[in-house]
Design a protein around this ligand. Structure first.
Ligand SMILES: Cc1ncc(C[n+]2csc(CCOP(=O)(O)OP(=O)(O)O)c2C)c(N)n1
Ligand SMILES: [Mg+2]
Length: 315
């Protein structure tokens, strides 16, 4: 992949989407909660760019960015958060229960590591029916400590399933830093236990990340079985809405912000002469108008409706 202004726009849309909904939650304009991925936009865009249309992606509780990068209509994602009938789950799922198989997105998932066995199942279907599909299963560093991590990777390795497990190592699981949660902070080392390739890459460099994902995805497609890719990133936002982030310092956050994936891509495009400062600015206004449209669409959509929902389910 050669990153373009379009990738920058997508990353900005994801960031502004997340910042906007965080504000709406705090204002009580939307109910429930959500986990935003501010700072992790490069991971979403880099992974999505490595997948083919027939491939599948599974996500986490922090899934809006993955979903939008995979091609979801951000207006329908917003509508779901507003509890509207036009949302991806007709307003009944919310942030962690959105799915769109028609674009190869097999769901956010509120269960930590919950998508891992599900992804192995999707990969098994691909293998049995020889569809040529590969599954990219995204999980967090915290999820790598769940039993499901080991169960799923063991079976995927044993049966040589076409699935690539991608760990977004954002250094925290809720308030627990990896220094307290991981006996070995290098998550991809665990691949050796199952005899599969394990790699680490930088989530703030979308071209490098995309190349790493592509290599493992194409190897899985060729029949070589699963792999474990660890992506180093950082969530600038709190764990979920209103998190005061007392478990880390503002200095640490400021340090991490020096490696912002959006700024990195801006610098790359400028240095290669592939964008002018004006074009970079224009991506900001494009993202703003997309998000304004999303809010307008969500607000003007009909509320979730039990009768309509039921009729669709049993149609
Ligand atoms: C099985 C299960 N255990 C615990 C939780 C509560 N929980 C929600 S998010 C989270 C932390 C996940 O951390 P990580 O996998 O690193 O993802 P991140 O939040 O950093 O994206 C936990 C423990 C849960 N949702 N499911
Ligand atoms: Mg984490």
């Amino acid at each position: 992949m050669k990153a373009t202004l379009a990738d920058l726009t997508t990353m900005r849309i994801i960031r502004l989407f997340e910042e906007t909904i965080e504000k709406f939650f705090l204002e009580g304009r939307i109910m429930g909660t959500a986990h935003t991925c501010v700072g992790q936009e490069g991971v979403a865009v880099g992974i999505a760019a490595a997948l083919k249309p027939q491939d599948a992606m599974t996500s986490t509780h922090r899934g809006h960015g993955h979903f939008i990068a995979r091609g979801a209509d951000p207006a329908r994602v917003m509508a779901e958060l507003f509890g509207r009938d036009t949302g991806y789950s007709h307003g009944y799922g919310g942030s962690q229960m959105m799915m769109a198989p028609e674009i190869g997105f097999y769901g956010a998932n509120g269960i930590t590591a919950g998508s891992m066995a599900f992804a192995a199942g999707l990969a098994m279907e691909a293998k049995v029916h020889k569809t040529g599909r590969v599954v990219a299963c995204i999980l967090g560093d915290g999820a790598s400590n769940e039993g499901m991590f080991h169960e799923a990777i063991n079976l995927a390795a044993l049966w040589k399933l076409p699935v690539v497990y991608i760990v977004e190592n954002n250094r925290y699981a809720m308030s627990t830093p990896i220094s307290v949660g991981l006996a070995n902070p290098v998550v991809c080392d665990r691949a050796a236990a199952y005899g599969i390739p394990g790699k680490r890459t930088d989530g703030n460099d979308i071209e490098g990340l995309c190349a790493a994902v592509s290599e493992l995805v194409e190897s899985a497609r060729a029949g070589n079985g699963p792999a474990l890719l660890e992506v180093l990133t950082y969530r600038f936002s709190g764990h979920s809405k209103g998190d005061p982030r007392v478990y880390r310092t503002r200095e640490e956050e400021n340090e991490a912000r020096k490696n912002d994936p959006i700024t990195n891509l801006e610098k790359l495009l400028l240095s290669r002469g592939e964008a002018t400062p004006e074009q970079l600015e224009q991506t900001k206004s494009e993202a703003e108008s997309v998000i304004n449209r999303c809010v307008e669409f969500a607000e003007n959509s009909p509320s979730a409706d039990a009768a309509r929902f039921k009729a669709r389910l049993f149609a």
